[in-house]
Design a protein around this ligand. Structure first.
Ligand code: UDX
Length: 439
């Protein structure tokens, strides 16, 4: 493939993109300001947990098509298409997205762009950012209007990042010219040939697709969790309710799993940044419901603490509580805005003796919250527990034998925050079983 790609920012998104593109046959240069991260990637070490990706990193490096570096001058010299894959976290003290990394990437790259090139934003940004960056690129790049900007949002899910990159359910190309569209087609040729549909649109629409998709998903989760609140007040069962709704294929069962709600590095900050941006441009009313979506999600965490307290007879203080799960979802070591850890910390704050176990997120959790106690496995944290609280639905937790776990705890009380366990099986083994949205 003669199109040479650079990937600016080698975090979760950028590393995945760089590795997959090299495996697909492109010459790729990954660039980051973090020399330590670059060294680790160069030596074949992936700085985060993602199934299937370490093997592809090795394969890509061995192919000779994937290189890493810290020089933006080298990136400009090397590439025809430059992907910007840096993070856009939530700003401290505000709901807005922090665009400083995106701006820094453009400021670092643009002064070296001396020939025709396409810069492609993949980061999730507030609508209008691409228009602003187009101006900035023209100002800063020696090649001026020869340098174009396009937007190509990514939709990858942690745990499925390789598949979502190699076989995405769609590609969105936000472009300002046919030339940019053709460059993007060339940069995604094997994926398009593999059958991925392409939506070609303008820059603003491409920026919006990402936040609109994540808002929809968050809304769907909070919708079923709002129903769980109603179920709790009426003695109804939200699991049966969700199952019955899912048979209507206009509704569908995906992202309709009631429980502790959403967390992670995307959904929470994206809906907040979207609401914030909409308010800035005078259409806040159109997405005001996203504030409620966020509030419903937060109430599930508070309600979980309340139900565990009830399970313990009205007070958490002094009780041993085993927490199963820390990552924001299974098959991930990501603890950003993790519902499980917020619940664990709140219970700890209310005097419970909390012990946490997670199959992948232990190092991250221990580093971020040294005040909590940790154990080596589910049975280890459950030893002498007054209650076991499941907060992330890892497969290995679903397989726990309630009889065997019953022998190590002090009291057989289980709170299932993710509807992951078979309630009848646990009750038959003498456990008091509680869950959100169920009698
Ligand atoms: C999400 C989007 O799915 C992805 O397209 C986007 O690019 C980035 O954000 P991710 O953050 O990896 O991906 O997680 P996802 O699998 O979407 O789950 C998000 C959260 O919702 C998790 O905390 C999960 O536990 C929760 N969830 C999901 C529910 O509570 N109920 C559900 O039915 C589904």
């Amino acid at each position: 493939m003669d199109t040479r790609l650079t990937v600016i920012g080698t975090g979760y998104l950028g590393a995945t993109h760089a590795i997959c593109m090299a495996v697909l046959g492109y010459e790729v240069l990954g660039v980051d300001v973090d020399a330590d991260k670059i060294d680790r990637l160069r030596s074949g070490e992936l700085p985060f947990f993602e199934p299937g990706l370490p093997e592809l990193l090795t394969k890509a490096i061995e192919s000779g098509r994937l290189r890493f570096g810290t020089s933006f001058a080298a990136a400009a010299e090397f590439g025809d298409v430059h992907f910007i894959c840096v993070g856009t976290p939530q700003q401290k003290g505000s709901d807005a997205a922090d665009l400083s990394y995106v701006d820094a990437a453009v400021h670092a790259l643009a002064p070296h762009l001396t020939r025709r090139a396409l810069v492609v934003g993949k980061s999730t940004v507030p609508v209008g950012t691409a228009a602003r960056l187009t101006e900035l690129l023209r100002e800063l790049a020696p090649a001026g209007p020869e340098v174009e900007l396009a937007w190509n949002p990514e939709f990858l899910r942690e745990g499925f990042a390789v598949d979502d990159t190699m076989r995405p359910n769609r590609l969105v190309f936000g472009v300002a010219s046919e030339w940019a569209r053709d460059r993007l087609h060339a940069a995604f040729r094997p994926i398009i040939d593999g059958g991925a549909p392409v939506v070609v649109t303008d820059l603003a629409t491409a920026e919006l697709v990402k936040v609109a998709a994540n808002s929809f998903l968050a809304t769907k989760i909070s919708y079923i969790n709002a129903m769980a609140e109603v179920c709790e007040a009426t003695g109804a069962d939200v699991q049966d309710l969700a199952a019955a709704l899912a048979y209507d294929d206009r509704i569908g069962g995906r992202f309709l799993q009631p429980g502790l709600g959403f967390g992670g590095g995307c959904l929470p900050k994206d809906i907040r940044a979207f609401a914030h941006r909409a308010e800035e441009i005078g259409v806040g009313h159109a997405v005001a419901f996203l504030r409620e979506v966020d509030a419903i999600n937060g109430r599930r965490r508070a309600r979980t603490v309340e139900l565990v307290r009830e399970l313990l007879g009205g007070d958490l203080a002094g009780f041993e509580v085993a927490v199963l799960g820390a990552a924001f979802k299974p098959n991930s070591d990501d603890i950003r805005d993790a519902p499980a850890l917020e619940v664990a910390r709140t219970m700890h704050g209310q005097g419970a003796k909390v012990r946490v176990y997670d199959p992948a997120a232990m190092p991250n959790a221990q580093r971020a919250y040294p005040e909590l106690r940790y154990g080596a496995n589910a049975f280890d944290v459950a030893r002498d527990a007054d209650a076991v609280v499941l907060l992330t639905e890892w497969a290995e937790f679903r397989e726990i034998d309630p009889e065997a776990m019953g022998r190590v705890v002090r009291r057989r009380r289980i709170f299932d925050g993710r509807h992951a366990l078979d309630a009848d099986w646990w009750r038959a083994a003498g456990w008091e079983y509680r869950a959100l949205g169920r009698a």
